[in-house]
Design a protein around this ligand. Structure first.
Ligand SMILES: Nc1nc2c([nH]c(=O)n2[C@H]2C[C@H](O)[C@@H](COP(=O)(O)OP(=O)(O)OP(=O)(O)O)O2)c(=O)[nH]1
Length: 150
């Protein structure tokens, strides 16, 4: 697991953009991906819903705001999961991935973005570069919850 103490050395002069990301997981193991709308960097790429922290917002507050704005849902159960940093040409991002296992409302693309409930292997493409490792983590988690009996 990548933790904050293992955070990469941020290249000099790069501001860190903090991003709260929600991995909405249903009881059947499927998770929600959203397609980035036109006008944003990497438009058309698939990602987990979320967005940048504003002001002194906590990760949880930012995620609650973003999921309400983007999907129209209210988070009920959320747990911080992994932290990942990525150096894009447009920004150096620190992504706080949170597992969201309970919410109120049916997610809808309120900003016109396409949504897709997916399982591994995902059927949508392309996926944002810094989102690809998350798919591996989800797969690993699914594997570790499998109990083999003989
Ligand atoms: N939401 C989200 N962002 C991701 C993921 N993977 C990844 O590299 N990112 C990056 C892309 C962007 O550089 C950044 C998120 O910024 P954004 O532009 O989508 O955030 P926002 O919704 O607050 O945007 P805006 O208000 O500026 O329009 O994080 C992911 O899975 N989900």
């Amino acid at each position: 697991m990548v933790t904050q103490s293992q955070a990469k050395h941020v290249p000099q002069e790069r501001l860190v953009t903090q991003v709260a990301v929600g991995v909405l997981v249903r009881a059947d193991g499927s998770f929600l991906l959203a397609q980035r709308p036109a006008g944003k960097p990497y438009a058309g790429y698939w990602e987990f819903p979320g967005g940048k922290l504003e002001g002194n917002e906590s990760v949880e507050a930012a995620l609650a705001r973003e999921l309400h704005e983007e999907l129209g849902v209210t988070i009920e159960t959320c747990q911080r999961w992994r932290v990942l940093e990525h150096d894009y040409p447009h920004a150096y991002v620190r992504l706080f991935f949170c597992k969201v296992t309970a919410w109120r409302g049916e997610p809808t693309g309120r900003e016109g973005q396409a949504l897709a409930w997916q399982k591994i292997p995902v059927e949508v493409a392309p996926v944002l570069p810094a989102t690809v490792p998350v798919l591996d983590w989800l797969q690993a988690d699914a594997g570790s919850s499998t109990v083999l009996l003989d």
